[in-house]
Design a protein around this ligand. Structure first.
Ligand code: PHE
Length: 344
């Protein structure tokens, strides 16, 4: 038995497997359930008690040797380092991977939100599927009034008795929800996706994104509205950008206005973007109509408020001179990756 152990020990010491398969044959030969170690232990049971003491120690050491040899090569193979020359070239450069970037609309939305946050506005959200009350009636759109056609609506369910269900056409619906569920003062902006039934072209899409704003408190005036929007424009488009207000009409504001800024390209000199007028329109705004405040349970004798709403696509187009709205929803990485270095 001693002779056999000596012979096997030599064999194990000289063993240098070149592959995992070779190592596996080694394991089966020595350590397997029908392996040589098992045979030796069986034989050990038959030796005389005098021999057992010395031989027991030798046998245990041999067992340890075989197990350690197996374990150390197993680890080497598993960590992919066989210690042997192989066709693995560790000096090759790694495989690169492309990281995604924020969508330009998300970047600009974030920029807009950050500016208004500095002025103390909170952010409010609401559902994209709305009922007639929140999207139209509470906002002072009379029934059958042509103003409803200003916003070609996608109806989800037509229901003359309980009111229609539709995809919201603006996030003003969130303003109604906010005023109904809280108490003044309110100072919040409402970013979100809105839907209008328009043919898709370079200049129109059936969905787009808005940030609307609402400020209701005692003694809120048009001067507050002007100053807030003026500050926003300086932050967003750079100091020195001029603003002008033109009278307009919205059912939910009185008086209403549209705001233009001096053209971001020609700075007012005249170019194709501003159609040689020097001005580009960026948003609608006005003082919240007292009817709207009353519809939402707010005392219009005590409180006044202003509201405004802008399209994020429009702001993004002006900021980056993007001429086709469809680019925003095509997900072409060549377009999207141009914005990666902007704020995260
Ligand atoms: N809700 C209007 C729109 O979608 C924008 C707006 C909001 C105008 C608030 C005035 C006041 O066009």
């Amino acid at each position: 038995m001693q002779t056999k152990i000596n012979q096997y020990t030599e064999e194990i010491n000289a063993f240098e497997p070149k592959s995992a398969e070779e190592l596996e044959s080694f394991r089966i030969r020595f350590l397997g359930t029908k392996g040589l170690l098992k045979d030796l232990f069986d034989e050990f049971k038959t030796v005389s008690p005098e021999e057992k003491r010395g031989l027991g120690k030798v046998l245990n050491e041999f067992k340890k040797l075989a197990e350690e040899k197996h374990q150390s090569f197993k680890e080497q193979f598993e960590s992919g380092n066989s210690g042997q020359a192989s066709d693995l070239d560790l000096s090759l450069p790694g495989e690169g991977f492309t990281i995604g970037g924020r969508h330009p609309l998300s970047l600009v939305r974030k920029e807009i939100v950050e500016i208004f946050k500095k002025l103390g506005f909170t952010v409010a959200e609401g559902p994209e599927i709305e009922d007639d009350w929140h999207n139209f009636s509470a906002l002072n759109f009379p029934e059958e009034h042509p103003a409803r056609d200003m916003q070609d609506t996608f109806f989800v369910k037509k229901d003359a008795e309980n009111g229609d269900i539709a995809l919201r056409t603006h996030t003003s619906s969130v303003q109604v929800r906010m005023m109904e569920n809280g108490k003044p003062p309110f100072r919040a902006i409402m970013p979100g996706r809105v839907y209008r039934n328009e043919a898709i072209s370079a200049r129109a899409h059936c969905f787009f994104h808005q940030v609307e704003g609402l400020y209701v408190d005692e003694n809120v005036s048009f001067a507050d509205l002007k100053q807030t929007l003026f500050y926003f424009v300086q932050e967003m488009f750079g100091e020195g950008t001029k603003v002008r207000f033109r009278p307009s009409y919205f059912p939910f504001t009185e008086p209403s206005a549209e705001m233009d800024i001096s053209c971001t390209i020609c700075k007012g000199d005249g170019c194709p973007l501003c159609k040689y007028s020097g001005w580009v329109e960026i948003l609608g705004c006005g003082m919240v109509d007292p009817n709207v405040l009353e519809n939402c349970g707010i005392d219009s004798k005590k409180y006044t408020g202003y509201a405004f709403g802008m399209g994020i696509e429009r702001i993004t187009n002006l900021k980056y001179q993007i001429k086709d709205l469809r680019l925003f929803s095509e997900n072409d990485v060549r377009f999207l990756k141009q914005f990666q270095s902007e704020i995260i």
